[in-house]
Design a protein around this ligand. Structure first.
Ligand SMILES: *Cc1c(COP(=O)(O)O)cnc(C)c1O
Length: 382
């Protein structure tokens, strides 16, 4: 099967070979249960988890005690939002988030509305940015939690996380940030940013699927969380269930490698993304870029082609693996809620693609991909 050039690295990333090598022994010989440390099998597994905890903590400037392992960022977001809201119910029932969050944030918020919470979904400007003043304006005396992503997965826009963190800290409001997309692209420090709860995913940073982490601040302030899974009390009682040792080992090494590459990789990704953009727009000057011109993720390019039929475009782009500006849910193509929030028309959203350059893409692939895109759009223009 010829699957084409992989340019969908914001959907998922291939495993880094260093991650794979580190995981292998934990599938086979080092199979102990980390919760049972009366023998050396368990001790070996428990030590591996603690090493991974330190590796993830280092990537985000956290205290290793404050890292919990989960099944992925969907669970991390659910635990952060449902857990913090329910545990702080006595203090208030109002939550603030944005219209362009991932569904793994929006849908737990919808669930909280069914439980009697009020949620404010803040709009964004045309670049996808939320203004810190909008957060101040939405806060009331019942606000207990603010959840704003660090970088958007569809358009790459970076949010003013530090300012939002300061606003929340001054008012004793918990601040959660979905940082899935930004890790390995920018240095992140939960202390500097004033983030209390921060979500991490393995498979968006060259680690395995099915594993993630949640940073839960235990000091200044100690975040109260109600678990969403009950059982043996693993992970400080906040996430029961035997920890997925091989996956967690992989997440740890993925975090370590991402941290080491921070000095070189973002600049390389930005260069390849700009090369792609330059080549596409020189052939197709009417193309429109969605997102922020400077405050964006390196490597991500969301671009639309006015007047082009989106379904035909995706059909013609078989030689490259990209995402469309709409997602297929239950068989029908819904224009992206993110592009809608930017004010992009449904037709243009359908005729938009998200290109995600990643660690293993080469300049040759970029050149080839931009040729394929230019050819497809030119052909469809007729
Ligand atoms: C992929 C993604 C998630 C979900 O992560 P999983 O580990 O796949 O559950 C959440 N938020 C953002 C921004 C994402 O890109």
């Amino acid at each position: 099967m010829e699957r084409g050039i992989y340019l969908d690295n914001n959907s998922t990333t291939p495993l880094d070979p260093r991650v794979f090598d580190a995981m292998l022994p934990y599938f086979m010989t080092k199979f102990g249960n980390p919760s049972n440390t009366v023998h050396d099998y368990g001790v070996e597994a428990a030590l591996a988890i603690e090493r991974a905890r330190a590796q993830v903590a280092l990537l985000i400037g956290a205290d290793e005690k404050d890292i919990l392992f989960t099944s992925g960022a969907t669970e991390s977001n659910n635990l952060a939002i449902l857990g913090a809201a329910r545990a702080n119910r006595r203090r208030g029932n109002h939550i603030i988030t944005t219209l362009i969050e991932h569904k793994a944030v929006l849908n737990p918020c919808k669930q909280l509305e069914r439980e009697g919470f009020t949620v404010t979904y803040l709009p964004v400007d045309k670049t996808g940015c939320i203004h810190p003043d909008a957060i101040c304006g939405a806060i009331n005396e019942r606000t207990v939690l603010v959840s704003v992503m660090a970088a958007n997965n569809e358009i790459g826009t970076l949010q003013p996380v530090r300012e939002i963190g300061r606003i929340c800290a001054e008012r004793d409001i918990l601040f959660h940030s979905d940082a899935v997309q930004i890790l390995g692209k920018h240095s992140i420090d939960v202390e500097e940013l004033g983030v209390d709860l921060l979500s991490v995913s393995g498979h968006k940073m060259y680690g395995p699927k099915g594993v993630g982490a949640l940073h839960v601040r235990s000091r200044r302030p100690a975040v109260q969380l109600e678990p969403i899974v009950y059982g043996g009390g693993q992970e400080r009682g906040l996430r029961s269930g035997t920890v997925a040792v091989p996956l967690v080992v992989g997440l740890g090494v993925a975090a370590e490698v991402a941290g080491k590459l921070l000095e070189t990789e973002p600049a390389r990704l930005r260069e390849l993304r700009d090369r792609l953009l330059g080549q596409i727009t020189s052939e197709l000057p009417s193309a429109m870029v969605h997102g922020h011109a400077t405050q964006g993720l390196p490597g991500l390019l969301n671009i639309g082609f006015p007047g082009i039929d989106g379904d035909a475009l995706i059909h013609c782009l078989r030689g490259i693996a990209v995402s469309q500006g709409s997602s297929c849910s239950a068989g029908s193509f819904e224009p992206s809620h993110v592009l809608r929030a930017l004010g992009v028309s449904d037709d243009l959203a359908r005729a938009s693609i998200r290109l995600g350059v990643g660690r293993f893409n080469t300049a040759d692939e970029i050149d080839h991909a931009s040729r394929l895109i230019a050819e497809a759009v030119t052909m469809l223009t007729g």
